[in-house]
Design a protein around this ligand. Structure first.
Ligand SMILES: Nc1ncnc2c1ncn2[C@@H]1O[C@H](COP(=O)(O)OP(=O)(O)OP(=O)(O)O)[C@@H](O)[C@H]1O
Length: 254
């Protein structure tokens, strides 16, 4: 019997999810719950199906079996209009921040706002752009173009661009990939600040254990198509399970 208080708190509820591509069985009975205000890290080696999982959550792929309920709605049953509405409540931070190179930071941030929110005055737009830039610590870059920014700064602007629509859920795909260790720490801090300031619930996809430890209230370890273990960082890695131990050792001896 489900606990109704737990269900009320869930913003994403995935149950017994399966996804194959021909003979390639990628997800084989995945269960995952993201609660309101929580950061869940999905850890797994390359090719284990982390991106496939994110795409099912975003309605970009359909599962073969099982359910994926996001903000109370089974994603696979939504039509295009319903999907668009749902996606407005989800902020996607992708590996390449995909900013528009020809636009300034200000214009990059205005773009999603003007496109998705009706009846904003010039003052509203300025206020929201400046507020979100301030939140990511980059107000001073407002008139610069992406090519003048560092990789870490571009990542922050990418996050700001998703935050400007005030999403309830953030999906971070490899937020620290390709960044130097200090910048990685700054991005980890930012992910935690976003949770506090914007009250988001987040799934963070990574194979960076430092990021996982710094940002995850809970870690879910994806292996062979299933979550092998879920818990705090210590709970997951304090184990005799060989596959988890080797994942840990490999990451820290690189
Ligand atoms: N549309 C698709 N058609 C066929 N195979 C696919 C498709 N999408 C993903 N796959 C396969 O599913 C497997 C899981 O891919 P996925 O991109 O989810 O891995 P990942 O865990 O995100 O890896 P990485 O960390 O390298 O990004 C891979 O073998 C991939 O080739």
């Amino acid at each position: 019997m489900e606990d109704s208080t737990t269900l009320d708190k869930a913003v994403i509820e995935i149950k017994d999810l399966y996804k194959s591509f021909g003979d390639l069985h990628v997800l084989c009975g995945v269960d995952l719950q993201l609660n309101k205000g929580e950061n869940v890290v999905v850890l797994g080696r390359s090719g284990t199906g982390k991106s496939v999982l994110i795409k099912i959550i975003a309605g970009l792929l359909k599962q073969d079996r099982g359910s994926c309920i996001v903000l109370g709605e089974e994603v696979s049953t939504l039509n295009e209009k319903e999907l668009r509405n749902l996606r407005l409540k989800i902020g996607f931070s992708f590996q390449n921040s995909a900013l528009y190179d020809s636009m300034t930071v200000r214009e990059n941030l205005e773009f999603p706002l003007v496109r998705n929110v009706a009846n904003l005055t010039r003052a509203d737009i300025n206020e929201q752009v400046e507020s979100v830039l301030d939140a990511v610590g980059l107000l001073q870059t407002i008139n610069q173009v992406p090519s003048e920014l560092s990789g870490g700064q571009r990542k922050r602007i990418g996050i700001a661009r998703t935050l400007i629509l005030k999403p309830e859920i953030m999906l971070y795909d490899e937020p620290t990939a390709g960044l130097d260790p200090i910048t990685c720490l700054e991005i980890n801090e930012l992910i935690n600040e976003v949770k506090e300031k914007y009250h988001t619930s987040s799934i963070i996809i990574t194979h960076d254990l430092t990021c996982a430890r710094a940002t995850g209230d809970r870690i879910a370890m994806l292996l062979d198509g299933k979550f092998l273990k879920q818990g705090t960082f210590e709970e997951v890695f304090d184990t005799d399970e060989e596959r988890i131990k080797s994942f840990y050792d490999y990451n820290f001896i690189q």
